[in-house]
Design a protein around this ligand. Structure first.
Ligand SMILES: [Zn+2]
Ligand SMILES: [Zn+2]
Length: 180
């Protein structure tokens, strides 16, 4: 049950739990694929007048590309959710979900979609210490190494040249001393 009649909340908190299938149209256009159905649980309670909150959990597996090296990877997601709903149609807090006027019920599906997008964006890495791609040649630094070095600021390379020149002078000087 992923939607709750607002009237029911007048009598106290309501436990929610349910499953959303991975091919549910809810996930159209999210930018990742679900590896299994989404398990949802928690509790929906009334807050101040016209406001309600859902404290719960969303768990599933998504298939997406590592945000550093772009390799396809599967990621287990298990996030805690604290979502606030309001029936005020001109609510200004963007973190609150507005209950459509006259709906009479709170539907958790939009929150589920949003939270999954958020979690996927934040966490998709093939592994914690992924080296990513070389910024210069694009090679996968987990599999290969390359000779690219971070490009130097021209001012620094001018400084490098000066250092090298003065170093040579010193060397010449000391060798001359030796010859004497
Ligand atoms: Zn990676
Ligand atoms: Zn490179």
């Amino acid at each position: 049950m992923l939607s709750v009649q607002i009237g029911a909340l007048d009598r106290g908190p309501v436990e929610v739990s349910g499953i959303v299938a991975c091919d549910d149209p809810l996930f159209d256009g999210v930018g990742f694929e679900l590896g299994e159905s989404v398990r949802v649980s928690g509790r929906l309670s009334g807050a101040t007048v016209g406001r309600f909150y859902w404290k719960g959990r969303i768990a599933t597996t998504v298939r997406a590309t590592c945000r550093r090296c772009l390799v396809a990877t599967a990621l287990g997601i298990d996030v805690r959710v604290d979502a606030m709903f309001t029936d005020s149609q001109d609510a200004e807090d963007p973190s609150e979900y507005v209950v459509p006027q006259g709906a009479g019920l709170i539907d958790l599906r939009e929150v589920i979609r949003e939270e999954l997008i958020l979690a996927t964006r934040q966490f998709v890495l093939c592994r914690e210490d992924c080296n990513g791609l070389c910024q210069t040649c694009g090679i996968d630094l987990n599999l290969h190494s390359c000779d690219c070095r971070p490009s130097l600021d021209p001012r620094w390379s001018a400084l490098e040249t000066m250092k090298t020149e003065s170093g040579e002078q010193d060397y010449n000087g000391s060798s001359q001393e030796k010859n004497l």
